[in-house]
Design a protein around this ligand. Structure first.
Ligand code: GLN
Length: 554
């Protein structure tokens, strides 16, 4: 099996690329809080500047790199360069002759490479600092062009340079950090102690631009139009004149964008399959079908397997993992059976071609997550198939993976979606888990319970949209709790179920805060749900952030 969908001419061969080497890529975190990773920020910021950037683990050997970056950024990291087992960059990177910028740990790494004078500071510096760029004959260093005055920066370090490495000079200072910015006398080597990639350094993006565009001379040509053209050509070249591609769609952003892209590239030779697991949202299946076929012209088969799923979920009362596993494996069975049918039909059609490819909507954060540096003792995992098919389908039927979104961040996928004419509503859609409402009905999933959760969810989302809040919230839903509470309805005492509403804001879905609705809004939703959804007499709002909660309930 090919483990990735590496296509001819990957973006780093087409676009000027800044390579970010990841040293644990934690901008503001400590080793005790590794979950708060700021892994992608440097790469994202560069792409916001229309400069293409890719991230690789800090252990990357230059000899194994098949392309030449325009410049290299060494990220921050939670280690101390002087500790045993601390990660170090391949020294050959320093001989490549391209500009290098070290950020925090990266600065310390450059200093370590040039004389090993890095020590533990007496105090940790964590927070804002005012930076002064040093003037030479009245001018600041190229790295600080346009940032002459009042540069607020964010610091997060405990170690510091013991002295200036030989052949370097100071280009910026703060009150507490005499080596806040350093540069080599003759080579394009720069180090900064602060973090330009975080929003706490408000003009940090300008510094990254100075490095990538001013110093590395990278072209700012990473635009979605250009990427789309190249990607469509890439898919066509890869799949060939007759090749056929199969893919699952869910109505979510990623699978819809990937499907539409495949449709642009190879038309009806892309076969989309939507499996109705009986746990989708109200009217969702019909809506997805309509949008994909009527509006987007995608060749779609809908398989109604709701009975199979709902019957199988019976009796799973207290085991969320069992629910997820059952739904996952049943999905694969249904999908595989459908794939065989499509394959037969495709083979018998006059334009015949074998289905050789399976489309997967893997995004760049999944790729980074699977290759990123997890510490000196951890081995680096190869890319796992996120939500992928089992070996028996990939190997057994010789399907190869095609992953046209694997270089993109979520916001870039959304931008691609807009360019491809996918409606705003769909492009901005909140994520919805594969097991759907099944993991939002706590306890046993029955048709009745799904129906209750579905209606309540519909009302909640409808009100959120009506209040113009949908795009401010990252994910919102109603869950049904497996308990009953007493209420009074129509002067009668009732003993009915409880709905829990959840809405969170997050950028990376690794951590999340609750959304702060106003009370009137929550009261309106509560009143509607109690009035309109039979069997519910109470509504609660979930106040748990992530961590310790997860976004979904099960
Ligand atoms: N661990 C190093 C220090 O404490 C680097 C920290 C960082 O890169 N944020 O100084």
């Amino acid at each position: 099996m090919t483990t990735n969908g590496v296509l001819p001419d990957e973006p780093h061969k087409t676009f000027d690329t800044i390579l970010t080497l990841d040293f644990g890529s934690v901008a503001l975190c400590t080793r005790k809080m590794p979950q708060k990773r700021y892994t992608h920020l440097i790469t994202r910021r560069l792409r916001e500047l229309n400069v293409y950037s890719e991230m690789l683990p800090c252990t990357q050997k230059l000899a194994d790199l098949s392309w030449k970056p325009k410049g290299i950024i060494l990220s921050g990291g939670p280690y101390s360069v002087y500790e045993e087992g601390a990660p170090h960059v391949d020294p050959a990177m320093f001989e490549l002759g391209v500009p290098i910028l070290g950020i925090c740990y990266g600065l310390q790494e450059i200093a370590w490479h040039h004389g090993k004078n890095v020590v533990a500071g007496t105090e940790r510096e964590y927070g804002h600092a005012d930076l002064q760029a040093k003037r030479f004959n009245g001018h600041v260093d190229k790295l600080f062009h346009g940032l002459e005055d009042d540069l607020k920066v964010w610091m997060s370090h405990g170690d510091k340079l013991g002295a200036l490495p030989p052949s370097f000079h100071i280009i910026a200072t703060t009150k507490n950090a005499p080596f806040a910015g350093i540069a080599h006398e003759t080579k394009p080597l720069y180090g900064i102690q602060f973090h330009p990639e975080v929003t706490h350094t408000p003009r940090g993006i300008k510094l990254l631009e100075n490095f990538a565009v001013g110093i590395c001379q990278a072209k700012q040509d990473w635009t979605m139009d250009k990427f789309l053209d190249k990607e469509v050509a890439r898919i066509r070249a890869l799949v060939g004149e007759k090749g056929q591609v199969l893919g699952a769609v869910s109505g979510g952003v990623d699978s819809t964008v990937a499907a539409k892209l495949m449709h642009e590239a190879i038309g009806d030779r892309f076969h989309a399959v939507l499996v109705d697991n009986g746990c989708m949202r109200l009217n969702e299946c019909e809506q997805v079908k309509k949008t994909l076929t009527e509006h987007l012209g995608i060749n779609l088969t809908v398989v109604d397997a709701s009975d199979l799923f709902l019957d199988g979920l019976k009796g799973i009362t207290d085991n969320p993992e069992a629910k997820r596993k059952f739904i996952g494996s049943t999905f694969i069975d249904v999908f595989e059976a459908e794939a065989l049918k499509i394959e037969k039909a495709a083979a018998n059609s006059p334009k015949a071609g074998k289905i050789e490819w399976f489309l997967q909507g893997t995004l760049y954060p999944d790729v980074i997550e699977s290759i990123s540096f997890k510490g000196p003792s951890a081995t680096i995992k190869t890319h796992h198939n996120v939500g992928g098919l089992p070996e028996r389908m990939m190997n057994g039927q010789g399907l190869k993976l095609i992953e046209p979104l694997r270089e993109l961040f979520k916001d870039e996928v959304r931008e691609m979606g807009r360019k491809l004419g996918i409606p705003h509503e769909l492009v901005m859609r909140h994520p919805f888990p594969g097991p759907g409402i099944a993991i939002r009905v706590l306890g046993e999933v029955t048709r009745e319970q799904v129906a209750i959760a579905r209606k309540a969810d519909y009302i909640f989302i409808e009100e959120i949209k009506a209040a113009g809040l949908y795009d401010q919230i990252s994910q919102a839903f109603a869950a049904l709790l497996p308990v009953r509470a007493v209420g009074v309805m129509g002067d009668k005492r009732v003993h009915q179920q409880v709905i829990s509403l959840r809405a969170v804001c997050t950028t990376d879905f690794m951590t999340a805060n609750i959304f702060r609705f106003d009370w009137d809004f929550l009261e309106r939703v509560s009143t509607r749900i109690v009035n309109e959804v039979d069997g519910v007499c109470r509504v609660e709002y979930d106040l748990t952030s992530k961590p310790p909660g997860t976004i979904e309930m099960e």
